[in-house]
Design a protein around this ligand. Sequence first.
Ligand code: ZN
Length: 447
Amino acid sequence: MEKFKLVPKDRINKLPKTAGVYCFWVQNEIIYIGKAINIKERVKNHFFQPTYKDNLYIQKVEKIGFIETGSEIGALVLEAKLIKQYQPKFNAVWRDDKNYFYVAIAEGKNRIPYVSITHQPNKLNVKGQRSNVVYIGPFVEGNSLKKTLKILRKVFPFYTSAKHPDKKCTWCHLNLCPGPNPDLQEYKKNMKKLALILRGKRKTVLYSLKKEMQTLSKEHKFEDALILRDKIQALEQVMSHANVIRQENTNLATVKQGLFLLKSWEKTEKLLQGILHYKNPISKTECYDISNIQGTQAVGSMVVFVNGKPDKSQYKKFRIRMENKPNDIAMLGEVLARRLAHPEWGYPEIMLIDGGIAQLNVGIKSKNKSLENITAAKFSREVKNIKIISIAKGKEELLIEGSPKIPLKNLPQEIYNLIVHLDDEAHRFAISYHKLLRSKNVMGRNA
Ligand SMILES: [Zn+2]
């Protein structure tokens, strides 16, 4: 149980400048609770720039209590918990219940939970029955709560409506939604953790995630353990970051721009699905190139496009390890095998290779071979779903795994542009790496 540290009201300067929750005491009673990014500044405002509401009680305050949370989200969650516990008089004076916000975790179709924000907890449903809903709150500020949920949604993707469409939705593409066919047991477990965090039980959740990760590692399920490790890190980061909600404001612009790009990607995606006979949504494409420029070491390069746009942060280079002057095909096989052994990079829906039928076949072979080493069902499904295609520039053809080839000139403009852009980008990336290697060699000799 969190305890307030107390200072007399003439010692405001002793208050910390960190994020947390504060309260005002009159005769051993808590009459008001608030949260702040900077406790000291916020409390000063109550006293020195009082609002009409502050003037109702501020003169009577004897002591100020505070609890540091280290983060804005922590403060938001703790504020709700403590208001519920103490029900301070002056929090209630200008707020009836309808002005508070609650997170509702309700059961939708097939009793699958979804998350929403409401003003009215314990509302009876139309049939007059109490539905199976968990309410968490009360939260004071709706906007901060929305942003907090959005941040937590990155760690624990959730539904926001009772029924998900059969296909991936926009939120699916942003990794904020568990998708049309999630692992239900896993999803429900995640929703329990989300509820615990919103109730201020962050430590319990982190502890149980760490335990689960250890168990998975012991069982040699390293890929699943990696997914958990990322969750733990993300959670620790948002919960320890003082101003994460404020930052989210700036991120919003990026998200909006992302949504715009998604719209224009949707058309290309439809065309692509038609041409490749691919029924799943497509968002990630990787393109490979092997370059063996005379006098330098052979390298494989991988470029990544997400929704039709390069994502340089995901690019990778591979220094070929094979010896004895291997041929291009064997080197490509090596690069693909090494790449497919990294589920934590996230698998693409499409792999584009520079080359003809021999390259396409080595791509298919590498994919099938990698499946022998993948134990997690999720990842083997993702690898099976990868479509291998290759661009044979000499013959001006696009070769497609499991489908007849198509002359490049017959491709819709959008697809032609995408393929050429990917291929150019892979070459550009490979050459820039060669230049880097050469300059290093030169430096090495001089040193
Ligand atoms: Zn979705």
